[in-house]
Design a protein around this ligand. Structure first.
Ligand code: ADP
Ligand code: MG
Length: 323
């Protein structure tokens, strides 16, 4: 937006809050932060474009939550502690009610994780949100995608598939009951980033990723970067009561194994760590389920109860692969 009083008013009204964790927050040419000794600075950016990453009719409060949640999820996947966020906001017009609801969703989640919004940019154009998140992780201790070893267990947190089931319902690929849709769509719009889990996995997990593009695609990134392959036992993938009703259909199985937007963590660990990982379930109140093994070779094989490959349509969301 060209510098106008309405731009400054907009920032002042909706996006200026005390930045408890920063040396200097919103208002100057740069924000200032103080990074602790012995810590690496972890930085990540995610952009969400209307019509591509969210339905244009999404509730703005949910969108504010999600724009930050997907970035917090990247912090979780590295085992980092999030502190600071930047928000680049492109909006078609200044709609105060919309902005207030968006800011509420954003700041409610930010407060929950003690994250300060320390700056950003505001422009006019097609609705697009870019959040940059910064945090700290003890030097050398970040959970990378490249650390998996042959023989490691593969684990996932929570339940997989509800977000993609809601999308499949919206696109007419399968039908959820009205009550199931209401529940599943909340997993799509208001995912819970697994930040405490990511930090608890430092020193336990050998690699980690958050499930944004789909379990098979994201586990595929771990395999590729670790130079290994994996087998996943389809029946072991944890699904909700909603997901369980749709495993008989191609669209349902595809949502679970290849659908995205769950923002659960997928990680690998040595089998000796099984008891320690199970203990985390009680401490953190997050289900952790072993779904397969890292193997020598390449690619991810999804296996049925009979040991034969399970066929899945679509292997995760990829903007540039076409429909
Ligand atoms: P500049 O002209 O230096 O780019 P801006 O006018 O874009 O500065 O922004 C003024 C201040 O407001 C800066 O500190 C910037 O980080 C902050 N800011 C702008 N837009 C947002 C936003 N959407 N959320 C949070 N802070 C913002
Ligand atoms: Mg600017």
């Amino acid at each position: 937006m060209t510098a106008s009083s309405s731009e400054f008013e907009l920032i002042a009204r909706h996006f200026t809050r005390p930045a408890a964790n920063a040396v200097l927050g919103v208002g100057d040419d740069c924000a200032l932060v103080d990074v602790s000794n012995g810590m690496d600075l972890a930085v990540s950016t995610d952009t969400m474009v209307s019509g591509t990453h969210f339905f244009p009719d999404v509730d703005p409060e949910s969108l504010g939550h999600k724009a930050l949640a997907v970035n917090l999820s990247d912090m979780a996947a590295m085992g980092a502690m999030p502190y600071w966020a930047m928000l680049a906001l492109t909006v078609p017009s200044v709609d105060d009610a919309w902005l207030a609801a968006f800011a509420k969703g954003f700041f409610d989640l930010a407060e929950q994780f003690n994250v300060s919004l320390i700056g950003g940019d505001t422009t006019r154009g097609p609705l697009t949100l870019t959040v940059t998140i910064m945090g700290e992780v003890p030097a050398g201790a970040a959970l990378r995608r490249s650390g998996a070893k042959a023989g490691n267990d593969i684990w996932v947190s929570g339940e997989i598939g509800d977000a993609a089931l809601a999308v499949a319902h919206r696109r007419g690929r399968l039908e959820l009951s009205p009550a199931d849709y209401q529940e599943a769509v909340m997993r799509l719009y208001e995912p819970t980033p697994r930040v405490p889990l990511g930090q608890a996995l430092r020193g336990l997990a050998t690699s980690a990723i958050d499930i944004s593009d789909g379990l098979l695609a994201d586990l595929g990134h771990i395999c590729r970067l670790s130079g290994l392959g994996a087998t996943v036992d389809f029946a072991a993938i944890p699904v909700s009561a909603i997901g369980a009703k749709h495993l008989a259909s191609d669209a349902g199985r595809s949502a679970v194994a290849a659908g995205g937007d769950d923002y659960e963590l997928c990680f690998t660990a040595h089998p000796n760590s099984r008891d320690s990982i199970r203990e985390l379930t009680d401490v953190l109140g997050v289900a952790l389920t072993r779904i397969g093994q890292v193997k020598r070779g390449k690619g991810v094989s999804l296996l049925g109860a009979d040991g034969k490959p399970v066929k899945i349509d679509g292997r995760g969301f990829d903007h540039f692969s076409g429909p």
